[in-house]
Design a binder for this molecule. Structure first.
Ligand code: EPU
Length: 417
């Protein structure tokens, strides 16, 4: 199993270019199941989750081949395999994104039920209730979700809570339903707006993506398109917090400040200098940090996907910071690992109290999930001595060439077996 060895402390200085967003690329790939002609996707990040989703699509009859730029995906023309097997789903919960489009296109779909994961139980009841509202018959059999509907019918559906992949699944399914679908209490993440742009380029009629009400007028068929996936705001945010924690200066080229408002506000309040321009976003750490309390929330709130990285930053603040994780019920596993490095973090239910001014020391730590690992990497940058982070396959799921981007910024990091 591969590891990172990071020798700190180091200041991150320089510029990096943001990769395509993993969480926009995954639904974009799933959306190709709806098309009758080839779809070309540009700016896909070179990360493990994208390779897993591509394998899943191939299993579902899509042929994928490298185009001049990006990836060309040609869906099957006849009802193909509609079963997403457990071996693939268990490694990546986002596999559930093939449920809506497979059902809408072929009238049936079977997806292994994603189980619990490192960050909580994560049910998919809202995906299923939404598909039922569109007329599907949904069953749970032998650990698989089976959905059937000769043709989906447009309907009104209100999500009980905003869910990102739930909104994406329903949005995709509704594009091929008969009539108009109106989804309310939708998630508003930029990745949903990006998916809607792709679907519109394929011929779908969608209004309101990025707001809490999305209206879709179903079409009998969708065609091909070419689409460049939006930049990864979480990757961008990770390097920007890296600049603040290391007292360095980083320009993230291609970062879209409008997608990062909550983080940039928190970094400014913490005392970092933030410059947002057309080129990207630059953060300069200025020594003393005074982190505000933070509560994660669905977009446009502070992203849960940056909570672990912010926790690392809060260990260096001059005050005690309270972090409230309100999106997932069990997303604090990095706290114990940070404490092994000398942080003083106490977990009380969904709140973490992070004492500031901790002198972190390098230690052997274990990555538990993708973003938790990113938090450990940032802590290692300001820790004294060597930190060895085990199980970095978690990082490889969602960060493109992380060690080379960090090295480019001056970090001393190596990948070891
Ligand atoms: N939820 C339900 N029922 C549902 C769906 C969700 O109760 O049917 C709950 C979840 O358990 C959670 C909350 O709703 O408490 C929000 O979950 P959501 O469905 O929005 O999460 P997701 O769609 O499974 C996506 C990202 C995650 C990110 C969350 C929240 C993708 C592929 N994944 O997950 O990204 O943390 O939204 O922003 O888009 C990551 O990249 O590391 C990652 C975990």
């Amino acid at each position: 199993m591969e590891r990172f060895r990071i020798t700190g402390p180091t200041r991150l200085v320089g510029s990096v270019t943001v990769a395509g967003a993993k969480n926009a690329a995954l639904p974009a790939l799933a959306a190709t199941l709806l098309a009758e002609q080839p779809v070309v996707l540009d700016n896909l990040p070179q990360v493990q989750d994208i390779r897993t989703m591509t394998r899943l699509l191939e299993h579902l009859g899509v042929s994928a081949r490298k185009a001049e730029t990006g990836l060309e995906l040609e869906p099957a023309q006849r009802p193909a395999e509609t079963v997403a097997p457990y071996e693939l789903v268990k490694t990546m919960r986002a596999s559930v994104l093939v449920l809506g489009p497979s059902l809408a296109r072929w009238g049936r779909a079977r997806v292994s039920l994603p189980g619990g994961c490192a960050i909580g139980v994560r049910p998919i009841d809202q995906h299923l209730a939404g598909l039922e509202a569109l007329g599907a018959e949904v069953r749970l059999e032998h650990g698989d979700v089976t959905a059937r509907a000769e043709r989906l019918r447009g309907a009104r559906f209100r999500f009980a809570i905003p869910t990102v992949t739930g909104t994406e699944n329903l949005l995709m399914a509704a594009c091929l339903a008969d009539g108009v679908t109106r989804l309310t209490n939708c998630a508003r993440e930029p990745e949903i707006v990006d998916l809607a742009k792709l679907l519109q380029a394929m011929g779908a009629s969608i209004e309101g993506a990025g707001t809490e009400t999305i209206t879709i007028e179903g079409r009998p068929a969708l065609g091909g398109a070419r689409h460049a996936v939006t930049g990864d705001r979480i990757e961008a945010g990770t390097y920007l917090i890296g600049a603040a924690i290391s007292g360095g200066e980083v320009l993230v080229q291609g970062a879209r400040p409008g997608d990062l408002t909550a983080l940039l506000e928190v970094l400014r309040e913490s005392g970092a200098e933030v410059e947002a321009g057309s080129e990207g976003v630059r953060v300069r750490g200025r020594g003393e940090l005074r982190c505000p309390d933070v509560a994660t929330a669905p977009y446009p709130g502070f992203p849960t996907d940056l909570q672990a990285q912010f926790m690392a930053l809060a260990t260096q603040s001059d005050r005690t910071t309270t972090i409230h994780e309100s999106v997932f019920e069990n997303r604090f596993q990095h706290a114990a690992e940070l404490n092994r490095m000398g942080a003083r973090i106490r977990i009380e239910g969904s709140r973490a109290r992070v004492e500031g001014r901790s002198r972190l020391l390098g230690a052997n730590v274990m990555a538990t999930d993708l973003r938790a690992s990113a938090g450990l990497v940032l802590a290692a940058l300001c820790a004294h001595g060597d930190t060895v982070i085990d199980r970095i396959y978690h990082l490889d799921r969602g960060y493109e060439r992380m060690e080379s981007k960090l090295q480019q910024l001056g970090a001393r990091v190596e990948r070891t077996a």
